[in-house]
Design a protein around this ligand. Structure first.
Ligand SMILES: C[S@@+](CC[C@H](N)C(=O)[O-])C[C@H]1O[C@@H](n2cnc3c(N)ncnc32)[C@H](O)[C@@H]1O
Length: 352
């Protein structure tokens, strides 16, 4: 179809940064010199990839062609025995929808020789890696055997030390309840290079796709990300602190403990009719949003499945007006009938 062809051409043009034509000219002028100086097809391929994706490519795209050319000429003149060094790209893959990946994540994923990924990374995202890239699954599933954190960090270190470019894909953002810091600490200690690519964390993704703004001028001036994961016997949290104030609270890994979380907040003084919502499989076609109050939500989510995010605060009442993403909704009718209509923070609490 000509219309589809036109739309696809327009889409491709937006994906190719302006300035790539000048970059192609520059590479063309130095192609022979690189061939003479860098023997070995694989090494030369790696050299050009680093030129395109690194400071030289960035200089051209920023309009600094002369500076880029000086650097490229210098690089080829100084080049002695080029060695392949590995690198790890710690990439946040977002909460599920592959469209939420960043450009940088996509670029590095397509450069990687090996992809190491978790359970929460959508298969469609892993599929974006090069066809010949090796794929290693290190995910965890409750109750099943999984790689320990130490095994994963060691694997990344060993692969990078072998000279591999490793895309370490993690769900959401690698620095938010993702243990990404621990993985790159091991690399830093071994003197191996790495980059960190932020991703859309589950709180941002689920809130956006559920139509629940995490902050709102009328309802919440701040938001806290909290782990709802039990350490040993107890949920070791500062309940007094969490229950006071009007912050929106977002509990990651809180599904299994949702009843206890709601009960503790009520026991520490939070009104039982404070809005509470659960977003299951957020940003995906399986997304379900359940809303209620601290008192009513636990019974409504008895069959909900992981991954799921618990959101507590008056902002949850906005879901009934702002939901836009198709998925199944399940709401406490008494809560919804009086949910925020007039940007009145009190209306949510009095609703249930
Ligand atoms: C180990 S944490 C990892 C968080 C991740 N690093 C991030 O920034 O989103 C896993 C928890 O994130 C939440 N989560 C991740 N993806 C989700 C999704 N698509 N829908 C709902 N919750 C999600 C769930 O609470 C899950 O238990």
């Amino acid at each position: 179809s000509p219309v589809l062809a036109r739309l696809m051409r327009a889409r491709l043009e937006t994906l190719i940064p302006a300035g790539f034509g000048r970059l192609a000219d520059l590479l063309g002028r130095y192609r022979q010199r690189a061939k003479d100086r860098i023997l070995g097809l694989e090494t030369r391929k790696r050299f050009w990839e680093d030129v395109i994706d690194g400071p030289i490519g960035n200089l051209v795209l920023a309009g600094k062609d002369r500076e880029a050319e000086d650097k490229l000429a210098g690089l080829l003149d100084d080049r002695e025995a080029p060695t392949d060094t590995g690198e790890v790209y710690l990439i946040g893959a977002g909460p599920g929808d592959p469209d939420l990946l960043t450009f940088r994540a996509l670029r590095l994923l397509q450069k990687a020789d090996v992809v190491v990924y978790d359970r929460l990374v959508a298969p469609a995202i892993v599929d974006l890696a090069r066809r010949e890239a090796e794929r290693i699954y290190v995910g965890k599933r409750a109750g099943n055997h999984s790689c320990s954190q130490g095994d994963i960090s060691g694997l990344l270190r060993d692969l990078a030390a072998e000279g591999k470019r490793v895309a370490r894909l993690k769900g959401g953002d690698p620095f938010i309840f993702g243990r990404g810091g621990e993985e790159i600490e091991v690399l830093a200690r071994a003197g191996l290079p790495f980059q960190v690519v932020p991703g859309i964390t589950a709180a941002s993704g689920c809130a956006a796709y559920a139509g629940i703004p995490l902050t709102h001028r009328d309802h919440a001036q701040s938001v806290r990300f909290v782990t709802g994961h039990r350490r040993g016997e107890r949920l070791d949290l500062d309940w007094q602190h969490l229950a006071s104030g009007q912050d929106t609270l977002v509990f990651y890994m809180g599904l299994g403990n949702a009843r206890e979380i709601c009960a503790q907040l009520i026991a520490h003084g939070m009104p039982a009719d404070r809005g509470a919502g659960l977003v299951e499989h957020g940003t995906t076609s399986r997304q379900q949003v359940h809303v209620g109050t601290l008192a009513t939500l636990p019974d409504r989510i008895a069959t909900a499945q992981s991954p799921a995010l618990l959101i507590i605060g008056d902002v949850v009442g906005l879901h009934s007006r702002l939901a836009w993403f198709e998925g199944s909704a399940s709401a406490d009718p008494s809560f919804l009938s009086g949910s925020i209509e007039q940007s009145d923070p009190a209306s949510v609490r009095s609703a249930a």
